[in-house]
Write a protein that binds this ligand. Structure first.
Ligand code: AP5
Ligand code: ZN
Length: 217
């Protein structure tokens, strides 16, 4: 299956993508995670991306599209993928369409995760991530690790993302509404959008997502 996940920051895209990717046997491709890996390895791309990410802005299309394309062309993505955080504006959606046409493939669905703004702000404020593996995600209240600051899965150190400060989150939400939300209409025109509520327990949301994908749009 080839799926695009869309939703505001903190809606649970990363959390659900990890679980859905495993259930659907496709790789989870997160442009945010790819940028953060580049930042921690201090690559040129990482240095460039950091200035935009820290301010809550989008990284320029040129580098983002090239990075996403490169990842989608890896052998593990040959039979499907779950895109998390890409495309993030209409020009990225158009670039993805071009790539799909070139490869002779199509998307199966665009899964739109809906969550109220107060909820996503709470989720982001309490989020803690493992330094060893970005898929090990916790929350100080909703999914607290057994020992504060320590990953339950691998014992790694938990940290708070630099762009998770309240001020940057507000900026990211504004960018989401102005730049990213228009891709929902773009994909509605292709009859690809499946919308689900991203509230409730993590398991419930996964169940809802799998049901919705099975049912189709
Ligand atoms: P990115 O990393 O994609 O961040 P985002 O879209 O802002 O989304 P988040 O990672 O903040 O949230 P999420 O929806 O994945 O939530 P999560 O599952 O962690 O992008 C970061 C930056 O990179 C962008 O601002 C931009 O600068 C740049 N960038 C990335 N892609 C780009 C692109 N294509 N073009 C240009 N720039 C790009 O959950 C959040 C918390 O809530 C966690 O603590 C979790 O445990 C908890 N939680 C999850 N689900 C539930 C639940 N059901 N109940 C209770 N708690 C829950
Ligand atoms: Zn860990």
């Amino acid at each position: 299956m080839r799926i695009v996940l869309v939703g505001p920051p903190g809606a649970g895209k990363g959390t659900q993508a990890t679980r859905l990717a495993e259930k659907l046997s496709v790789p989870h491709i997160s442009t945010g995670d790819l940028f953060r890996a580049n930042i921690s390895q201090q690559t040129e791309l990482g240095k460039l991306a950091k200035t935009y990410i820290d301010a809550g802005n989008l990284v320029p299309d040129e580098v983002t599209i090239a990075m996403a394309k490169d990842r989608m062309e890896q052998p593990d993505a040959e039979n499907g993928f779950l895109l998390d955080g890409f495309p993030r504006n209409v020009s990225q959606a158009e670039a993805l369409d071009e790539l799909l046409v070139t490869e002779g493939i199509t998307l199966d669905a665009v899964l739109d995760l809906e969550a109220p703004e107060e909820e996503v702000v709470k989720r982001i404020a309490g989020r803690r991530i493992c330094r060893n593996d970005s898929a090990h995600v916790f929350h100080v209240t909703y999914k607290a690790p057994a020992k504060e600051g320590v990953c339950d899965v691998c014992g790694g150190e938990l940290y708070q993302r630099g762009d998770d400060s309240e001020e940057t989150v507000r900026k990211r939400l504004e960018v989401y509404h102005t730049k990213t939300e228009p891709i929902i209409d773009y994909y509605k025109a292709q009859d690809l959008v499946v919308t689900i509520a991203a509230t409730g327990a993590v398991d419930e949301v996964t169940g809802r997502a799998l049901e919705a994908l099975k049912r189709g749009r």
